[in-house]
Design a protein around this ligand. Structure first.
Ligand code: SF4
Ligand code: SF4
Length: 452
């Protein structure tokens, strides 16, 4: 039988078979990696996406045979460690994903290997688990007095050097500040607007604010609220929300993902069934509810209900716009904006809704950069990966700094924006001073355009 070169159909995804004991069978997992790596070796399309593929191809090329059989299987872990589960190879590059008969799922095979690795434990388990406890870290670090101490220590160079030695957090990596003005405690209550459902968009919103907006940058959440208020869309906050589980997924800690899902899914599903659009201002968290949890719990009605009600904010605004229910009474232009499309938004397959929205604002020129910044959640702050994270982001840093409309072509933009605010700060760091003070989340830019 001949096998077609590449799939013509849209990618589909098989559920993650994580409850099957065979999922944790190391030999089976390595056999599957071998099968996939051999296909990748003859394809090599993904060489520029991240560190996993160059690591694999270098291992093969430097081996005795120049083929995969010349690579010690133990070195497969090197490939696994370089994957931060951005999903871009699966969703945008690979022609051999299902429904193609080769049935290749590189990211979920890496996830399976990470899950096996997590169960076995590694020398960095303590650091990795600590970094992934985003909600617990937020609660602790935002206690008044503690918050000042945490933020101050993060800026002291000797303390950062010690942190690198003891905790494995790179001393130069950008780290978010914490705030005691936690979003969920200070968010303004919605006005009593009537609910106006459109043909494509629900007329009321539940904000899943995310750990990052709640504990680190509440301003993004307040700007989202301003935009909703301006558009007379009533909203509520998802109360006492638990973490979406993405940081745990990236570690392969699937039991913790499941424990968090037990808290989030019933709560969010109840809101979905009450007719709320659930809007989540960090793409990784949105993706968790749109894709990863439904694949982990394919028969769970709550997971599927949440998936159907979950929206990226700009995806939601563009649906409102199509329904003629989004105001376009912009008060000020944004000038030259360099906008980075975050990987976890790209793979949601909703198109470039943030760019489309920002381009609706008069006197605004958007320079769109669609490539991995290298930050990748907590991966890019780890001692062993930070330098690679900056290297991967190099082309993005250059393109963000060269706005075609600025300074007669190729000048610095007025703003640098990414749907993922952590990527935005990582880009600012990579621009080596050129982006200083220019980071603004797209929601903050939209609020500014409305004059709010
Ligand atoms: S999921 Fe992302 S990081 Fe992992 S191999 Fe694919 S492109 Fe690389
Ligand atoms: S993941 Fe797919 S597209 Fe990428 S190198 Fe492997 S076979 Fe090629």
């Amino acid at each position: 039988m001949t096998v077609r070169e590449g799939s013509l159909e849209a990618p589909t995804r098989h559920p993650l078979d994580w409850l099957n004991p065979a999922f944790y069978d190391e030999k089976e997992c390595f056999d599957e990696m071998e099968r996939i790596f051999d296909i990748c070796h003859s394809c090599r399309r993904c060489v520029s996406l991240c560190g996993s593929f160059p690591t694999l191809f270098n291992l093969i090329d430097d081996g005795q045979t120049g083929e995969l059989d010349g690579v010690d299987r133990k070195r497969y872990w090197d490939v696994v460690d370089q994957c931060y589960l951005c999903d871009v190879c699966y969703m945008t590059k690979c022609p051999y994903v299902p429904p193609h008969p080769w049935n290749l799922d590189f990211p979920h095979t890496m996830l399976r290997a990470k899950a096996i690795q997590f169960k076995k434990g590694t020398p960095t388990t303590f650091r990795d688990v600590t970094l992934s406890n985003t909600s617990a870290n937020g609660k602790l670090a935002t206690i008044p007095v503690v918050v000042q101490a945490v933020n101050a220590i993060a800026k002291i160079k000797p303390a950062r050097a010690l942190g690198e030695k003891l905790l494995g957090v790179h001393k130069d990596a950008w780290l978010p500040e914490y705030t005691s003005a936690v979003f969920e405690k200070h968010a303004k209550r919605s006005s009593d607007h009537p609910v106006q459902n459109g043909a494509r968009s629900l007329g009321k919103v539940a904000i899943y604010s995310t750990c990052y907006v709640n504990w680190n940058e509440p301003g993004i959440g307040h700007d989202l609220i301003k935009v909703l208020e301006h558009n007379e869309i009533p909203y509520i906050l998802v109360e006492k929300q638990a973490c979406c589980g993405m940081p745990k997924l990236e570690l392969g800690d699937l039991d913790s993902v499941a424990a968090l899902a037990k808290k989030t899914l019933p709560q969010l599903a109840a809101l979905a069934r009450q007719g709320y659009a659930i809007v989540t201002p960090i793409p990784s968290c949105t993706l968790m509810f749109k894709q990863e949890l439904p694949l982990m719990f394919p028969n769970d009605a709550d997971a599927q209900a949440v998936k159907a009600a979950m929206f990226d904010p700009f995806e939601y605004f563009q649906l409102r716009h199509k329904d003629a229910l989004l105001k376009t009474d912009f008060k000020q232009g944004l000038g030259n904006v360099s906008y980075h499309v975050a990987c976890h938004l790209r793979v949601q397959n909703v198109g470039q809704k943030t760019r489309e929205t920002l381009e609706m604002v008069p006197n605004t020129a958007v320079n769109t950069v669609e490539r991995c910044s290298g930050h990748a959640g907590t991966w890019g702050v780890k001692k062993e990966f930070h330098e690679t994270a900056l290297k991967i982001g190099g082309p993005v840093f250059r393109q963000m700094a060269e706005h075609p409309q600025a300074a007669e072509g190729g000048g610095l933009p007025d703003f640098i924006a990414s749907d993922c605010q952590l990527a935005g700060h990582h880009i600012e760091q990579g621009m080596a001073g050129k982006g200083a003070g220019k980071v603004a989340h797209p929601l903050s830019l939209l609020a500014r355009a409305y004059g709010l």
